[in-house]
Design a protein around this ligand. Structure first.
Ligand code: NAD
Length: 506
């Protein structure tokens, strides 16, 4: 397969600017960064990062564009998003392949990522006619109360490497129909995908007469990342990444009373109960644990299995792991591609060593493959709930299997980590399923029955609790985070009654 043809079709040259407002910035001034293909270790292309002055220029343009965008009728904003969705549909195959080349996701997941952007466009177009407020019964005669939603301002969006396009769309498409402009700081590990996506989006926005609504500012943490967090021109920072990132964002943005949406790390568990359909469970667990080479925030990292099924489940999984096709992510038939870089391989090896020291036993996989790129065999580890390493999110395919005796214990183990993103139970017992979903069940933002932990649809609000940050993006009423709420009271009488019966006659 000729990869350079794909890059050319997407309009990508060997060196690309990483900064775009009304137009691409020729010399953004922040030095050059290489993007690598994790399946080969080769350089895919080079990107010119933005320096601090260009960052300021980009945000100025986003502020200027906001003035006109916020008064553009929301359905007209939706029309622009509809056209972005159409343009993404046309380029889906090439953009999907670029995601594969830059992140190592297998082909169907690379294309799935672009499909998720398209789904977000469709969802947001509908939303552009549904930004509803409430009317509220007033306690005062001849008064009407209502709630309305206004655009918030330019939104700063920080994204992680593992969803280099879709997570931006979760934020940007909703923000756009809400009347906000967007400044995107993509991951240093996947800048080409951001640039290719932005080329498509900026072209549509310009043709529609709205340059400056979508802005790209690729750059270092010092020149772009930290300035964004400290920038009062950005009333909302939506950040996706590690819990460490989230703590920093919460602290800095909170200090200036800005708003945040935090989508952070997960340490997701699947419970396998005695009545589980094991054929279904094994398929669901393997996809959740090794899909995207364990590099999803929703990856299943802990498997909590009833003691009566423990040995059988470990045995079946070990056999499934032995057959996993690990290899070039663009090849048909590959299910597990590479990790993102050398550091990720080393972190996985270190976690497996610590698991051994803490009493765990690797029963399948875990080795690095002897070939260029950053390939590993997904690992299955017999473990115990109290092991420190089990409480950590190692961003690699390691599944810790932990036995349990009764559902209370399973739920306690499931909830006994600092993160709270996704969770799942496999059971055919209705009472167990309902307990898992009840207030005394899973404490995660997402709880599933008879499906795994990953592969969420965009229609639901996505996000998690505790150290996962509490943010919600994508569907449901997540749009409310991108707008400001205004409560309005209108007096259409000739008296001035006060609330709570207060008298103040002058
Ligand atoms: P990361 O935290 O290393 O980086 C994420 C982004 O934050 C990057 O763009 C990075 O440059 C930026 N960043 C880091 N420090 C910053 C600072 N001080 N100021 C501004 N920006 C800063 O994460 P990663 O390795 O790219 O991605 C993997 C992590 O992301 C995992 O923990 C995963 O669980 C999480 N994740 C969460 C979700 C979710 O929706 N909950 C989705 C995808 C990934």
């Amino acid at each position: 397969m000729r990869f350079d043809d794909v890059l050319k079709r997407l309009g990508l040259g060997p060196v690309e600017s990483g900064a775009c407002h009304d137009d691409w910035v020729g010399e953004p001034g922040g030095g050059e960064v290489a993007s690598y293909n994790p399946a080969t270790g080769e350089v895919l292309g080079r990107v010119l990062a933005a320096g601090r002055p260009v960052y300021d220029e980009v945000v100025d343009r986003a502020v200027a564009a906001f003035a006109g965008w916020r008064t553009t009728p929301a359905p007209r904003r939706g029309e622009v998003v509809r056209k972005i969705g159409a343009a993404l549909r046309e380029r889906k195959a090439d953009l999907g392949l670029l995601v594969t080349l830059e992140t190592g996701k297998i082909r169907s997941e690379g294309e799935g990522e672009i499909q998720e952007m398209i789904d977000m466009c469709d969802f947001s177009v509908g939303l552009s006619r549904q930004l509803y407020g409430l009317t509220i019964a007033s306690e005062r005669p001849r008064h009407r109360m209502m709630e309305q939603w206004h655009p918030l301002g330019p939104v700063g969006v920080v994204t992680a490497f593992n969803f280099p396009a879709a997570v931006w769309a979760w934020n940007a498409m909703v923000a756009a129909v809400c009347g906000d402009t967007v400044v995107w700081k993509p991951s240093p590990l996947a800048p080409l995908t951001a640039i290719a996506v932005h080329k498509v989006v900026a072209e549509v926005a310009r043709a529609e007469g709205f340059p400056g609504v979508f802005n790209l500012c690729f750059g270092s943490i010092e020149d772009v990342g930290e300035p964004m967090l400290n920038d009062a021109r950005l009333p909302l920072i939506s950040a996706t990444g590690s819990c460490r990132l989230g703590r920093r964002v919460a602290e800095v943005v909170g200090r200036r009373m800005g708003r945040t949406i935090l989508e952070l790390g997960g340490n997701n568990a699947v419970v396998v109960a005695p009545t589980a359909d094991l054929d279904l469970a094994i398929r669901g667990i393997v996809f959740a644990a090794v899909g995207t080479a364990g590099q999803r925030c929703t990856t299943a990292r802990r498997l909590i299995v009833h003691e009566s099924l423990h040995d059988q489940v470990v045995d079946r999984l070990a056999r499934a792991y032995a057959r996993l096709p690990v290899g070039d992510p663009w090849d048909e038939g590959t299910l597990v591609g590479p990790l993102i870089h050398e550091g990720a391989v080393e972190a996985m090896q270190a976690a497996l060593r610590r698991a051994g020291e803490q009493g765990g036993e690797v029963v399948a996989g875990g080795k690095r493959l002897n070939r260029p790129g950053w390939f590993v065999e997904p690992a299955l580890v017999k473990a115990k709930a109290g092991m420190a390493v089990v409480g950590e999110e190692t961003f690699a395919p390691i599944l810790y299997v932990i036995p349990y005796r009764d559902l209370d214990e399973a739920i306690a183990i499931q909830n006994g980590v600092e993160q709270g993103l996704t969770s799942a139970i496999f059971t055919r017992d209705l009472l167990e399923a309902e307990r898992f979903l009840s207030p005394e069940g899973s404490d995660c933002g997402i709880a599933n029955v008879n499906i795994g932990t990953s592969g969420a649809e965009i229609g639901g609000a996505f996000g998690g609790e505790k150290a996962t940050g509490g943010g919600r993006e994508a569907g449901s009423d997540a749009w409310k985070s991108y707008m400001r709420r205004q409560t309005c009271t209108v007096n259409y009488g000739s008296e001035l009654p006060l609330a709570q019966g207060v008298k103040f006659d002058i």
